[in-house]
Design a protein around this ligand. Structure first.
Ligand code: SAH
Length: 222
C-alpha cells in the first residue's frame, strides 16, 4: 500500500496543468519510486514538499520533485537505454531514470558517480531499500572524468552545475545521444542545457530552462 499515492497524484495533476512535463512515462516513474526512502530520515515527512532538501550536513541537496520529473522529460528516455549520471546524491534521480529505462523486459541501466564518500553509502542504502539496487550502479569518483568502463552512453545527466561540458563526457556519449546539464557558475541561476552529439566533434546546443543547482566539483568543475 502506497501511503503517498494521493499526494503524488496531486503533484502530478498540478504539473500536468502547468504543462511542466509532457512525457507520461515521467509521471509513471514518479508514482513508482518511493521518494520518502531517499530523503534523510529526519526529513521523511517533507519528502513530497516541492522544494530541494538538504542531504545531511554535506551541503548537497536532493532536487525538488518537479525538477527531478522535468529532468526525465529533458532526457527523452526510452526503455533499454544506458545512462550515466554525475552526482548520485541520494540516489533518487537515478532511481527515477531507472524506472523509465529498465524493467523486466528492458535491459536499461543507470551508472551514477558520486564524489562525496558519505553520500555513496547513503545512495546505495536508499536504492537498496527502494528495490532499485539492481538497476542502478553507484560509483565513487570524479564524475567529470566519466566512467569509461561502460561507455558509450545513450544519455548523460549532470545534477550539479558547471561552466562547460567536461570533455571526457562528450567522448563517452554515443553519437546521436544527448547530455543534459545545468550550465553556469554557481550563484543563483544556471541554464539547463541539452547537447546532442551529432558527430565525434560536433554538439548541437539547446537551452531548456533556468535552474539552481549545487556546484560541480572535480577536474572539469568549478
Ligand atoms: N541527483 C541527486 C542530487 C544531486 S546534488 C539526487 O537525486 O539526490 C549534486 C550531487 O553532485 C552532490 O551529491 C555532489 O556531491 C555531487 N557532485 C558534485 N560534483 C561531482 C563530481 N565531479 N563527480 C561526482 N559527483 C559530484
Amino acid at each position: 500500500m502506497d501511503n503517498h499515492k494521493a499526494v503524488k497524484e496531486r503533484l502530478i495533476d498540478h504539473y500536468r496543468r502547468r504543462g511542466y512535463v509532457k512525457d507520461e512515462k515521467a509521471f509513471k516513474a514518479f508514482m513508482r519510486v518511493p521518494r520518502e526512502k531517499f530523503v534523510p530520515k529526519k526529513l521523511m515527512s517533507s519528502a513530497y514538499i516541492d522544494h530541494p532538501l538538504p542531504l545531511m550536513n554535506t551541503g548537497q541537496t536532493i532536487s525538488a520533485p518537479h525538477m527531478t520529473i522535468m529532468i526525465l522529460d529533458y532526457l527523452e528516455l526510452s526503455p533499454g537505454q544506458k545512462i550515466l549520471e554525475i552526482g548520485a546524491g541520494s540516489g533518487y534521480q537515478a532511481a527515477l531514470i531507472a524506472a523509465v529505462v529498465a524493467d523486466e523486459e528492458a535491459k536499461g541501466h543507470v551508472y551514477s558517480i558520486e564524489i562525496v564518500s558519505k553520500l555513496i553509502e547513503f545512495a546505495r542504502e536508499n536504492l537498496n531499500s527502494a528495490g532499485f539496487d539492481h538497476l542502478v550502479t553507484v560509483i565513487e569518483g570524479d564524475g567529470t572524468l566519466g566512467y569509461e568502463e561502460e561507455a558509450p552512453y545513450d544519455r548523460i545527466i549532470l545534477t550539479a552545475a558547471g561552466p562547460t561540458v567536461p570533455p571526457p563526457l562528450i567522448k563517452q556519449l554515443r553519437i546521436d545521444g544527448t547530455l543534459v546539464m545545468p550550465l553556469g557558475r554557481p550563484g543563483l541561476w544556471q541554464q539547463m542545457t541539452r547537447y546532442r552529439k551529432v558527430s565525434d566533434t560536433e554538439l548541437v546546443e539547446e537551452r531548456l530552462s533556468s535552474v539552481a543547482f549545487v556546484p560541480l566539483r572535480g577536474k572539469y568543475g568549478v
